[in-house]
Design a protein around this ligand. Structure first.
Ligand SMILES: Cc1ncc(COP(=O)(O)O)c(C=O)c1O
Length: 433
């Protein structure tokens, strides 16, 4: 196809999306797309910039979940956008077989290891491939290095979320029927342990334990923040019992909690053996993720042991290098610390006058607003808040998750705080009780 014809077709494709009415969008989604997600709104999102989304009907909405922390840099960060445009105009290959040397992956690997302090990076597509790869690596280590003869066991935490592949689906709480029902049998070799309980974790360990897999703060589980020292304690247990400690930083990573990674709040002694990354590693522009580890560990995965066609492909790698550069240049960690403390003060002050707010918890720019467990639930409030112009997503029935783009200005954040105040304080709150 020549360039001019391609341009015409491209214009048509974009025009089709731009012209699709709200009703038609909903009908096409309903007819042709699997119904594995419920919709919070009937008004399609057609544009996004920074902390704001724009709907088909022309409404501006504050993105208070930042696409589950995939948009820590906000939507459409200019540095990533410009890099992507130049990349496409340069005739660089968007995808390559991994049997060919790829300069963009080389630079991505260099950047992500320099920023995190790990020696090796295994690229993947999106978040769940991180825990999957981590589990494979832990099992290989258990068989080949630790000398486990039976089934190497992975310990995971109550209320965790590591994604939706078959291996990790069994980790959902047993009352999460929609997530688990009808998907068994489950792969063997996994044991559930209480979260934020070092004694329970140690008691669950056996000579066959290969690894612990834990989120430094549980996001989906309701923004559960463990006691200070928990992550360091897990690492100490790992060393004591000769097993791997694996932190899933897919949601807590890339400045979300006020450190580049959440374990860093507890210093080098809390550095895990394996770290899973995802979401904002691409600034929200592409599904990119992976795991980081020492050379000693990662080199257990030689040619043929693991892989993916698109993992670390040139276009993903170029996007990721741009996003990581933006995270540094924006001073995202400092922004999360400073604005996070300010928002937390405001939320806690508001909670005093809000009869339905039981507790506000979190770290950096990751907040959970727990509601009293009677009356309308979190989902009902999510819908109301969206009508008022801000997305705060319910999780575990009684918790509203507030994880706005870290680059959101104080005026933007003020808007979201006002929406919350209108809903939970004063007349509206009385009606909603
Ligand atoms: C801690 C954690 N791990 C893994 C995942 C899975 O990521 P993805 O949906 O990109 O596969 C998520 C997604 O929310 C997550 O929060």
């Amino acid at each position: 196809m020549d360039h001019a014809t391609a341009k015409q077709h491209a214009r048509k494709i974009l025009d089709n999306a731009a012209r699709l009415s709200g009703q038609d969008t909903l009908e096409l989604l309903s007819q042709h797309v699997a119904k594995n997600y419920g919709l919070l709104s009937q008004d399609p999102i057609v544009a996004a910039e920074g902390a704001w989304l724009q709907t088909r009907s022309g409404k501006r909405i504050f993105d208070g979940v930042a696409a589950y922390s995939a948009a820590n840099l906000g939507h459409g960060h200019p540095l990533v956008k410009e890099t992507l445009k130049l990349f496409l105009d340069s005739n660089a290959p968007t995808v390559l077989g991994r049997f060919l040397p790829d300069p963009w992956l080389a630079l991505f690997g260099q950047k992500v290891t320099a920023m995190t302090g790990f020696e090796r990076f295994l690229p993947a597509n999106g978040g769940v491939e991180g825990p999957e790869a981590a589990i494979k690596l832990a099992r290989r280590w258990a068989h080949k290095v630790k000398g486990v003869q039976g089934t190497p066991e992975i310990l995971y935490a109550d209320h965790c979320f590591h994604g939706r592949t078959l291996t990790v689906t069994q980790m959902f709480d047993t009352d999460e029927k929609a997530a688990i029902e009808g998907f068994g049998p489950w792969p063997a070799g996994f044991k559930r342990v209480a979260y934020d309980d070092l004694a329970a974790m140690e008691a669950a360990m056996t000579p066959d334990t290969a690894a612990i897999l834990v989120e430094p703060i549980q996001g989906e589980g309701g923004v559960n923040v463990p006691k200070p020292g928990y992550l360091r304690g897990l690492c100490e247990l790992g060393r004591k019992h000769n097993l791997l400690v694996m932190f899933d930083e897919v949601q807590t990573g890339w400045a979300r909690t006020g450190e580049l990674f959440c374990w860093m709040h507890e210093g080098e002694a809390a550095r895990p053996d394996v770290m899973c990354i995802g979401k904002s590693v691409s600034g929200g522009f592409a599904p990119v993720g992976g795991i980081l580890a020492s050379a000693r560990l990662m080199d257990l995965l030689g040619p043929g042991s693991h892989g993916s066609t698109f993992g670390g492909c040139p276009i993903s790698s170029a996007i990721a290098v741009a996003a990581l550069t933006a995270i540094e240049q924006e001073g995202l960690v400092e922004q999360a610390r400073e604005k996070g403390a300010w928002v937390m003060d405001r939320l806690r002050a508001m909670a005093k006058d809000a009869p339905r707010i039981k507790q506000v918890r979190g770290k950096g720019m990751m907040f959970g607003i727990e509601l009293t467990p009677q009356g309308h639930d979190g989902h009902w409030f999510s819908e109301r808040l969206l009508q008022r112009g801000a997305i705060l997503k319910d999780t575990h029935h009684w918790v509203l998750r507030f994880t706005p783009p870290i680059v959101a200005s104080k005026a933007d954040l003020e808007f979201a705080l006002n929406v919350l105040e209108q809903e939970f304080v004063g007349q509206a709150a009385v009606q909603a009780k």
